[in-house]
Ligand binder design. Structure first.
Ligand code: ATP
Ligand code: MN
Length: 153
C-alpha cells in the first residue's frame, strides 16, 4: 500500500511524535522514510533582509549557520530514528512556502503517504490545525495522517 512515506518536519515536538507513527507504518509496509524541512522564507522575511531571503530561496541556506543547523537538527532527528529501526531514509531541505514545497516533494518523489503533526513550532492551539497542515491537506492528493499535539503542551 505504502512505499514512500514523507514526514515533513519543523523540528517541533509534535513533528517528532509524528515520526513514531511514520516509522511504525514504514516497518509494517516495508516503506522508505523521507523527511523534508522547509526553510520558511515568508516567516523569515521579517528578521532577514530581502537579499538574504533571495539567497535562501535560491538554495543558499547553507551560508546561514543558524538556518542550516535548524534544518539539519530537524531532518537528522527523523533520519536517526528511522535508521535505528533499519529503514531506508532520505533527508531533504528546501526553501519557500512549507505547504507548496511539501506538495511538490510529494509529486516529484512518488510519496504515497504524508505523516505530520497537527501543530508545529508556533504551537498556537486556538486553531484546530496549524496552517501548514491545513494547507498541505488542500494541496496534495495523497493521504495525510495528522498526529495530534500532546495535550499537556
Ligand atoms: P502556524 O505555523 O500555522 O502558526 P503551527 O506551527 O502550530 O502553526 P504548523 O506549522 O501547521 O503548525 O505545523 C504542523 C506540522 O506541519 C508540523 O508538525 C510539521 O509536521 C509540519 N511543518 C510545519 N512547518 C514545517 C516546515 N517548515 N517544514 C516542514 N514541515 C513543516
Ligand atoms: Mn508553523
Amino acid at each position: 500500500m505504502y512505499e514512500r512515506i514523507l514526514v515533513p518536519t519543523d523540528g517541533s515536538e509534535t513533528a517528532e511524535l509524528a515520526v513514531e507513527h511514520a516509522i511504525d507504518l514504514a516497518e509494517q509496509y516495508g516503506a522508505d522514510v523521507h523527511t523534508l524541512y522547509v526553510v520558511d522564507t515568508d516567516s523569515m522575511s521579517l528578521s532577514l533582509g530581502a537579499e538574504q531571503v533571495d539567497r535562501i530561496e535560491q538554495g543558499h541556506y547553507d551560508e546561514m549557520d543558524e538556518v542550516r543547523d535548524r534544518a539539519d537538527r530537524a531532518t537528522s532527528y527523523v533520519a536517526d530514528r528511522a535508521a535505528e529501526r533499519g529503514l531506508e531514509v532520505v533527508e531533504y531541505v528546501s526553501a519557500g512556502k512549507p505547504h507548496s514545497q511539501i506538495a511538490t516533494y510529494v509529486e516529484d518523489n512518488g510519496i504515497d503517504l504524508v505523516v505530520m503533526g497537527s501543530h508545529g513550532r508556533s504551537g498556537v492551539k486556538r486553531a484546530l490545525l496549524g496552517s501548514v497542515t491545513e494547507r498541505t491537506l488542500r494541496s496534495t492528493h495523497v493521504p495525510v495522517l495528522v498526529v495530534e499535539a500532546d495535550e499537556s503542551d
